[in-house]
Design a protein around this ligand. Sequence first.
Ligand SMILES: *[C@@H]1O[C@H](CO)[C@@H](O)[C@H](O)[C@H]1NC(C)=O
Length: 254
Amino acid sequence: MKLSSSLAVIASLIHLVPTTVALVGSRWSMTNAPLTGLLDITFPMTIVEADHISGYYFAQQFSFVGIREIGYTGLQPRPDSNGNAVLHAAFSSFAAGTTTTDKNCSPGANGGPGVSCSVEWNGVYNRTYNLEVRTTGNHNWVGTAIDTVTGTEVQIGSWTLPVISGGILSCQAGFVEWYAAEPPCAKLPYQQTIFGDPSTTHAGSVGTQSLSFEYGDCVGQVAFHTGAVAYGVENNCGFRGQTGSADVTFVVQS
Ligand SMILES: *[C@@H]1O[C@H](CO)[C@@H](O)[C@H](O)[C@H]1NC(C)=O
């Protein structure tokens, strides 16, 4: 994979969701991946701080041997329910011909072919979730969010790719986007996330998350910052007290 193709994938996602504000990209890579692809990969992800409202999507993309279309998995904040935090996890395939029988999944992804799966649970902010993507054989893939403190596993969904597909390729990119509306950049709510170095059970493979970068319409306007942290890369952007709405501003409790 070339970096340019990762960026092309990001660009195509922007195109599919015109109201989405693309903000931050972040490349990952894995050494020593077999030519047939990896059978599992795990992306640690921590929403360090974000308002408890819908709008942000933090995701990692992955590609497969033999097909062009990608998959992705990620986390989104949700409003609290009965005083408890709620997180939304997503696991999607953009490949035409992807099938599913999973109750968390439905046909179509971002208005195109594929399958989208999601689950909501009482997730915890500032806690690392391992977003695992693993094949159970026969081109079937399962996405799971694993709480790294309690070990609790929440299955996000599962789907089956076309038979021409192989395992997961050794590099791709993740992103941070604001999908709820199109706020002027100065109204973007604050977020801080950590994209952890990916891992796999494949012997000898080591995953690395590169420093994040800005792209899209708000470059230079959202106080973007990125830096290396233990086992991953931090990024933050936006402004505390903003709701993301273009015409209303009031303080949100985070
Ligand atoms: C997140 O957790 C870290 C480590 O426990 C802590 O140092 C930090 O203050 C926390 N940040 C927030 C915003 O809660």
